[in-house]
Design a protein around this ligand. Structure first.
Ligand SMILES: *[C@@H]1O[C@H](CO)[C@@H](O)[C@H](O)[C@H]1NC(C)=O
Ligand SMILES: *[C@@H]1O[C@H](CO)[C@@H](O)[C@H](O)[C@H]1NC(C)=O
Ligand SMILES: *[C@@H]1O[C@H](CO)[C@@H](O)[C@H](O)[C@H]1NC(C)=O
Length: 292
């Protein structure tokens, strides 16, 4: 595969997503937090919050954990310390068209072949990241859980349609850094407008996973979550139209979840919220957006 082939479709993502209309009737599925042991859960958060780094140093996990906040902080005028994982668009893994993605095996058993095919050096952090992403995608979902990995936009859409059924239009929400910021720092962000609540009992969240081309890990969230749209301005002027979620019931979460360390709280004590980084996609039924 040529690198121009790899890079060809990178920039189409947002344009295509904005016009995408689909159907989404996502039954409230439970993400069984309690079945995940500490390392699994933290692994997921780390992938979710810091998918740009192919290594997983403690430092990164630590900074990337600064996306959590408490729902009582959701107030106009409040300041919240946030580390948004921002990727320079030119360094984002390319989004492949489906024919190209489908022509490449996506399986742990093919890893040695893949490393060779994609010209990755063995035992490199990139190779380790591929291994970890593949095993994450192959992790069998529990019966009560819905998740899938998508290697192209088309397959993500198809899976979303299959999952949600037909009839209800959906929209995709993303965090946008309006001042075109290209690097990440931990800084305070001020909430400069009244936060908007999006009551979305039906939603699908898709996070990027580290891989040489774009791979999305999507999971269907259980229903007791509130979505928010917030206008934020960072101390460095990073004006951000941010999407955040509050998990209202954390009583079954692992007590070792990094969110509890950052927020100095314990499972069940209060809702836990976090921002979505800019490359995450949150799918909700359009009705939710018109019910604010
Ligand atoms: C916890 O998760 C890790 C990584 O997913 C796994 O290796 C380990 O066996 C699990 N431990 C238990 C007790 O489930
Ligand atoms: C950000 O980039 C977009 C597209 O290149 C451009 O239209 C917009 O004016 C930029 N915004 C700022 C604040 O520089
Ligand atoms: C955020 O603001 C608080 C209070 O103004 C300050 O103590 C803290 O150091 C700031 N954090 C960052 C990351 O700038």
């Amino acid at each position: 595969m040529s690198s121009s082939g790899l890079h060809r479709c990178r920039l189409f993502l947002m344009a295509v997503l904005i016009i995408v209309q689909g159907v989404c009737i996502c039954k409230a599925r439970q993400i069984p937090e309690r079945h995940k042991n500490g390392s699994q859960q933290n692994h997921e958060d780390q992938i979710q919050m810091d998918s740009s780094s192919s290594t997983s140093s403690y430092h990164h996990v630590d900074l990337a954990a600064h996306v959590f906040f408490l729902d009582k902080d959701l107030k106009f005028g409040n300041r919240i310390p946030v580390y948004f994982t921002i990727k320079d668009p030119s360094r984002r893994p390319p989004l492949l068209p489906r024919e190209e993605a489908d022509s490449i095996p996506f399986s742990s058993s093919k890893l040695p072949h893949l490393i060779d095919l994609l010209s990755i050096s063995q035992h490199s952090p990139q190779a380790e990241a591929m291994k970890s992403t593949l095993s994450h995608c192959e992790f069998e979902p529990l019966k009560t859980e819905t998740k899938f990995c998508a290697t192209s936009l088309e397959s993500m859409l198809d899976s979303a349609r299959d999952l949600f059924g037909s009839g209800t239009p959906f929209e995709i929400l993303t965090t946008n850094h309006l001042a075109n910021k290209t690097s990440s720092i931990l800084q305070n962000y001020t909430i400069v407008e009244e936060p908007k609540v999006i009551v979305a009992p039906k939603m699908l969240a898709c996070h990027t996973l580290p891989y040489p081309y774009a791979v999305f890990y999507c999971h269907c969230q259980k229903s007791d979550n509130n979505l928010y749209r917030l206008m934020l301005v960072g101390d460095d002027g990073d004006r951000t139209d941010a999407i955040a979620i509050c998990h209202m019931d954390t009583s079954e979460w692992d007590p070792n979840h990094v969110a509890f360390k950052v927020l100095k709280t314990v499972p069940g004590q209060s809702p836990v919220c976090h921002f979505f980084p800019a490359d995450n996609l949150v799918w909700v039924a359009s009705a939710a957006l018109h019910n604010e």
